[in-house]
Design a protein around this ligand. Sequence first.
Ligand code: BMA
Length: 327
Amino acid sequence: MAKVIGGYSLPNMPWQDKPSDCTDPVWRYSENPILTRKDCKGSNSVFNSAVIPYKDGYIGVFRCDTMELWPTLHVGTSKDGIHWNIKDEKIDFIPFEGGKVPNYGYDPRITEIDGRYYIVFCTNFENFGDTIGMAYTDDFESFHMMEYPTLYYNRNGVLFPRKIGDNYALLTRPGAPGHCLLGNICYSESPDLKYWGKHRALIRVTQGWQRVKVGGGPTPIETDEGWLLLYHGVTEMCNGLIYAVGGAILDRDDPSKVLYRTRDKIMTPEALYERVGDVGNVVFPCATLCDKDTGRIAMYYGAADTCVGVAFTTVDELVSYIKEHSM
Ligand code: BMA
């Protein structure tokens, strides 16, 4: 059994056992979707969102697009990880010195490092184009922007939950608008979360379901087998793009080394709420809850750019699937 290193004990996390007829490594929550636009007042949709254990329950940063169709981030709280209260007001990020107020934010990930929470999301690089925004909060009330880790164009920032050696580590996905250019996951390090360098190519687009773009997903889970990373992969069919989920195991001491990386996808749009929506055929994971004691995982994902779903798996299911279906 793969052992989770660090992480959280979550005896009351959302969980359902694997259905006896399920042959896939993940299985959906029977009451999906857990969040729709009705849960965020005045919103067109709520989807690619991040959650994390907080105090005696859970907290999250939710992507709620306005009725104007402008992506904004909202804080939500939950006792059980399934039923959420999302604040009506969007997060107003406090700019860093000399920085601008970000005028949109989407696809957040949350990482706790030493008791401080970092929100990594996609925002506007001073009206030049999309880039990775990073903010910290200690209380989920005030959010302080940090220096941009990247220039434009870049998205899908994912911060590791501890320093690796002397440095913090970040995944990014440089790529210009238009979906066929430079869709690869890259790795960078920083001594202080401000100056980023030591850039490495990590996971490239390849054939099949991951031939157009790939992008990091939830904050990686540290295990004794390596860092367990879920990522999304995109292909293009006659009717448009399909977003599916794959996984990789990265070296624990040097995550710029990929030990395994899925050839076969782990999860693909299948349920009606994943197939049909503002952008059909999208499953887009931004967070997991993982119980270090049992290895149980609840994965939170945006479905069809419209609503939020939860799927269950375990560290062992993922590690063995990734190893057995690696390229
Ligand atoms: C990506 C991002 C995601 C979105 C996906 C599918 O490029 O914009 O926010 O879920 O496309 O539309």
